[in-house]
Design a protein around this ligand. Structure first.
Ligand code: GLN
Length: 557
């Protein structure tokens, strides 16, 4: 069959055998390698669940909800894509079954199907294919990598697998390629790696009409050529199309490991793309070198209520890695459950901590612990960063303990508080639906020239991403200012307070936006870089103080 020449090459990444094998990281790593060869690449994620987007999901379900520039609430894998590629994603980069069905049902209601019976095949699959090709058709990308959530064999994934089958036929194998990521378990008792689950997973894939072109095998031990040959033989691929993916100490190692395994070369050959020189990974390697050879260590506390699941704060943890590397220090994260903090134990819990971050969140649970952590940071001059709810708690803490507005609160937690220092935004007052209705995405922010924020960003106008309904209540602005809490960043037209900082403190910043979403390997976020630097200075300061005290004590003896 003669295939039309496609504006973009489509690469699908599916999973088999088990979930959580790291499809997102493999996709981002391959994208990085192609980008480092000079190609334009984007990555998109298709999730087979019925929520229209992950915005309504509790973080315990799927981890953090990542927000794009254009205000889409998306899967956390989009965060990895941006951190690896340093290019923004958008609403189009994350599609769920809910979104697909929603648009098909809306079309049906409009009468677009002209009386036809609306079915999974072809209507749902056509909608999936349309979305799969959307970014490729924009003409902006030479490669579109599509990660399919879930595992082959799940009932929910079937329409996606069918859409891939059809697309392969339509576009031809030089424009469309499937990478299947599987697990090769190690049986300790037998001392052996087992390939059978992978064979079964590929068989299942074949039953749905798709032969994967490349098999990436997640393994704790080296596969060796014999196993690669065996997997190739049973799964119908050449042995160099079997790629070993060993457990890595850092996700940022994976692009180099995939380069070593020649995943990018294999992909380019199969898609008949012109051979280029090796990928230029110089700056990536420099980052890794710094990451692995830190000068010293700082300890940062993350205070939140979802800490049992580290993925709930994924972008924050990654932003700390970028900022640590920029400062030549290793950032050790101490996760502290906000429900456990009180006035009596704060000193013990934060002993040895060089910086405190209070995380974003929703609702009442753990709120008093967050406020207590902030009081401790403010009074003891420990560097502090509050993000979104963390910033709002900093405002509440200041109102209660410095302005002595007893019972001051956010109306999110206490509707009838006498001092609503945080209250619902005007634009939110008529909102009744939950999904996609917060203040979302990038908004401009104007910085006060004499502020810490201005000295950190080095410019007056910034733009950051938001996800919230409540805001600083400007009726209290004068009181706060007079007592030493400044609004150092404000939305230029609406006057919404986006950044607060406390004077007479070495580093105390609360931000209504989420700086963590914009931190990448190439561009660590300036706020995180400065926060880690402040924590390092605090560490140096406290150890000098301790030495002096010891010295003084020795002299006194
Ligand atoms: N619950 C707060 C609000 O909606 C903060 C949100 C957040 O931390 N992302 O304004």
């Amino acid at each position: 069959m003669d295939h039309p020449s496609s504006p973009a090459k489509y690469i699908f990444v599916t999973g088999g055998v088990a979930s959580s094998l790291g499809k997102g990281i493999i996709s981002a790593s391959l994208a990085k390698l192609l980008q480092a060869r000079g190609y334009s690449v984007t990555i998109q994620k298709f999730d087979p669940y019925i929520n229209v987007d992950p915005g309504t999901l509790n973080p315990y379900e799927h981890g953090e909800c990542y927000v794009t520039e254009d205000g889409a609430e998306t899967d956390l894998d989009l965060g990895h894509y941006e951190r690896f590629l340093n290019i923004p994603t958008s609403q189009a980069n994350n599609v769920t079954t809910g979104r697909i069905y929603k648009s098909v049902i809306e079309k049906e209601r409009r009468g677009d199907y002209l009386g036809k019976t609306v079915q999974i095949i072809p209507h749902i699959t056509d909608e999936i294919k349309h979305r799969m090709k959307l970014l490729g058709e924009s003409g902006r990308y030479e490669f579109v990598i599509t990660e399919i959530g879930g595992t082959v064999g799940d009932i929910e994934s079937l329409p996606y697998i069918e859409a891939i089958r059809q697309l392969r036929l339509e576009l031809g194998s030089k424009n469309c390629l499937v990478i299947h990521l599987t697990l090769i378990p190690y049986l300790a008792a037998a001392g052996e790696l087992k390939t059978k689950p992978t064979q079964h997973s590929v068989k299942l894939f074949l039953e749905h009409g798709v032969q994967p072109d490349i098999i990436v095998c997640r393994t704790e031990h080296p596969l060796g050529n014999d196993l690669k040959r065996k997997i190739g033989l049973f799964c119908n691929v050449n042995e160099h199309s079997v790629i070993e993916s060993r457990d890595a100490s850092s996700i940022y190692d994976v692009p180099l490991m995939m380069e070593e395994e020649a995943l990018d070369k294999e992909v380019l050959e199969k898609l008949q793309m012109p051979g280029t020189t090796a990928p230029d990974l110089q700056s990536w390697k420099e980052f890794l070198h710094k990451l692995k050879n830190p000068g010293s260590t700082v300890k940062m506390a993350i205070v939140g209520k979802y800490i049992e699941l580290k993925d709930a704060y994924k972008s924050i943890a990654e932003a700390f890695i970028h900022a640590g590397t920029a400062n030549n220090v290793k950032v050790v994260l101490e996760w502290i459950h906000s429900e456990k903090i009180n006035a009596e134990n704060a000193a013990t819990l934060f002993n040895g901590i060089n910086g405190i971050l209070v995380a974003p969140g929703f609702g009442e649970r753990g709120i008093e612990g967050k406020i207590e952590a902030i009081r401790y940071a403010r009074e003891n001059k420990i560097p502090f960063l509050g993000i979104c709810l963390g910033m709002q708690c900093a405002v509440i803490e200041f109102a209660r303990n410095v302005l002595h507005l007893e019972g001051a609160h956010s109306t999110e937690m206490a509707k009838n508080t006498a001092y609503p220092v945080i209250h619902l935004q005007d634009t939110q007052k008529k909102v009744t639906q939950k999904g996609g209705t917060m203040r979302l995405g990038a908004y401009p922010c104007h910085l006060e020239p004499q502020s810490l924020a201005y000295s950190i960003y080095g410019r007056k106008e910034i733009s950051e991403r938001h996800r919230h309904r409540y805001e600083f209540n400007n009726e209290f602005l004068g009181q706060f200012k007079a007592a030493g809490m400044l609004a150092s960043g404000v939305h230029p037209e609406k006057g919404l307070v986006e950044i607060v900082e406390v004077k007479n403190h070495p580093w105390f910043v609360g931000v209504q936006f989420h700086p963590e979403y914009k931190s990448t390997v190439d561009c660590p976020h300036p706020l995180f870089v400065s926060f880690v630097k402040a924590a390092f200075d605090y560490l140096v300061g406290t150890s000098i103080e301790k030495k002096a005290q010891k010295h003084g004590a020795a002299e006194a003896v």
